[in-house]
Design a protein around this ligand. Structure first.
Ligand SMILES: Cc1cc2nc3c(=O)[nH]c(=O)nc-3n(C[C@H](O)[C@H](O)[C@H](O)COP(=O)(O)OP(=O)(O)OC[C@H]3O[C@@H](n4cnc5c(N)ncnc54)[C@H](O)[C@@H]3O)c2cc1C
Length: 488
């Protein structure tokens, strides 16, 4: 089908993309070359902004039901507390980091996708593609080995860190590989010195040890192995992990079972452009970085949510502005760069090798991380609730108090922006909002929800401020909306 979107890759990002497009009524085909869904744990943290955005499709509650809520993040060094971050102070209806194995997150997304009549086609591999101004032809290998070409309107590459789409486009994946090897695993354990609602990072002179509790007796544990050598890193088995924990941890923790172990090196890379014509890159295909902070999957899922409503508006013939699709790269590439820089900084601070610098770090971190503004800034960044699009070409006039492109804080119990089966801008206000909705019925819905002030806010389908003017000045938003799309 020429108006169909092909999504290459049914990982968390491809599934999120498919779910968002499907609920907006866009025909999608989501394929994955693997014959069946993977059951490795991989990404373990789902952060508040991701949950806020997944609430629009109804998936957030089901993911929360299978996860463990972490409300405190502790940092210790040499057995002494350095800092403690209260995540339950985050300005979100979901003030916690949810610990849940990636396969559970994916299972929930697949279930919700099935609710819209879409099932990923597994065992189908994208071999190549060609595009022109009218569409795109994708060469696919079906599970029985036959190869054929199919027409699509757009291709979204959610095909992971080794993205074949990125290679086909000849796009650089600029960046570096850091020089340390790491190992991680999901273990059953006893003797963890914190409640399961608290995660802990133990800085140690030989390397950090991180605990992400998934249940009272189960945790993701990550530790560094030392400088990389010519051979690929090998995961530690349970006995070797136990020795590391005894050496670097607080003492008294006993591993009682292993679910999964892996070893990895940290790459910090980002593609030079998230779009090439009718092809968009999202998730690990576009950016990879340190797992410190567990931001990889979250950032990728938010890429998908950013792109989906824009594609839906264009495919449904409502959105006409070239800036709509152009804005995807302009908005999401800076976010990817920010996440790479922040997670890299955290990793480098945690792996300082020089003993004198370690003492300075502990001292400075203790002072700085005890300050409320620093706490707010760091937790806001991790939770991705402070991320916005201040330089977006989609930002309209801002004459009120809101910062251009900033996140609209969802209110617990209220229907989130962007729910429903059409990607509508929400005009929050009074008579002016109603006028806009009447004039742009396919693009705008009015909502009486407001902060009680005198401003009329226009909120994007993904819950960021698009514009804000005085209520009496509502006509100032007409040229803005005329640029975005159709009046009728
Ligand atoms: C061992 C491991 C541990 C990890 N641990 C963490 C962690 O602790 N915390 C964290 O935040 N992140 C972690 N990650 C990263 C996290 O898993 C990724 O950020 C996340 O999976 C990205 O999702 P994605 O959908 O972009 O890509 P992926 O999950 O990689 O999915 C890409 C999919 O595309 C498919 N595909 C590839 N090429 C084609 C093709 N040509 N045709 C069809 N299908 C194709 C693949 O089979 C795959 O299923 C880990 C990753 C790995 C590998």
């Amino acid at each position: 089908m020429k108006d169909q979107v092909l999504i290459a890759g049914a990982g968390p990002v491809g599934l999120t993309m498919a779910l968002e497009l499907a609920r907006y009524g866009v025909p999608v085909r989501v394929i994955d070359k693997i014959p069946e869904a993977t059951h490795t744990s991989r990404a373990v943290a789902v952060w508040p902004r991701t949950l806020e955005l997944l609430d629009r499709s109804g998936a957030a509650a089901d993911i929360i039901a299978v996860g463990n809520k972490v409300t405190v993040a502790n940092i210790l060094s040499g057995g002494r507390p350095v800092a403690s971050f209260a995540l339950d102070a985050l300005p979100s209806p979901y003030p916690f980091a949810l610990m849940v194995p990636q396969y559970e997150t994916e299972a929930v997304l697949r279930r919700h996708l099935a609710g819209h009549g879409v099932k990923p086609d597994l065992g189908v591999e994208l071999l190549g593609f060609e595009q022109d101004g009218d569409g795109l032809s994708a060469r696919l290998r079906e599970p029985d080995g036959t190869e054929r070409s199919e027409p699509y309107a757009f291709l979204v590459a959610c095909d992971g860190a080794h993205s074949m789409v990125r290679h086909c486009l000849g796009l650089d994946f600029q960046g570096d590989t850091l020089g340390l090897d790491w190992t991680q695993g999901d273990f059953h354990l006893s003797g963890y010195p914190f409640p399961s609602s608290q995660m802990a990072i133990f800085w140690h002179e030989d390397g950090p040890l991180l605990f992400f509790p998934m249940a009272p007796d189960r945790a993701r544990i990550i530790t560094s192995l030392g400088p990389s050598t010519a051979t690929p890193p090998v995961p530690l088995d349970q006995d070797a992990f136990q020795k590391m924990i005894d050496a670097r941890g607080p003492g008294g923790i006993a591993l009682t079972g292993t679910e999964w172990v892996s070893a990895f090196r940290i790459n910090e890379r980002q593609v030079e452009n998230y779009r090439s014509g009718r092809v968009f890159l999202a998730g690990d295909a576009a950016h990879i970085h340190s797992p410190a902070g567990g931001q990889g999957m979250n950032t990728g899922m938010q890429d998908a949510i950013n792109l989906a409503w824009k594609l839906a508006l264009v495919i449904r013939g409502i959105g006409t502005a070239p800036a709509l699709l152009d804005s995807y790269d302009l908005e999401r590439r800076p976010v990817g760069a920010l996440v790479i820089a922040a997670s890299g900084r955290m990793t480098r601070i945690g792996t300082l090798a020089d003993h004198t610098l370690q003492h300075v770090r502990d001292f400075v971190a203790h002072i700085l991380m005890g300050l409320s503004p620093v706490q707010r800034a760091l937790t806001g960044l991790m939770a991705e609730v402070s991320i916005g699009y201040p330089d977006s070409p989609l930002n309209g006039p801002f004459r009120g108090e809101a910062t251009a492109g900033s996140r609209v804080r969802p209110v617990a119990g209220e229907v989130p922006f962007g729910s429903g089966d059409t990607p509508l801008f929400i005009a929050c206000g009074g008579a002016g909002a109603a006028e806009l909705a009447a004039r742009f019925p396919r693009l705008v819905a009015a909502s009486p929800r407001s902060d009680g002030g005198t401003f009329l806010s226009l909120v994007r389908p993904d819950g960021y401020f698009a514009a804000q003017v005085e209520e009496a000045d509502w006509q100032a938003l007409v040229p803005y909306l005329q640029q975005i799309g159709a009046e009728r």
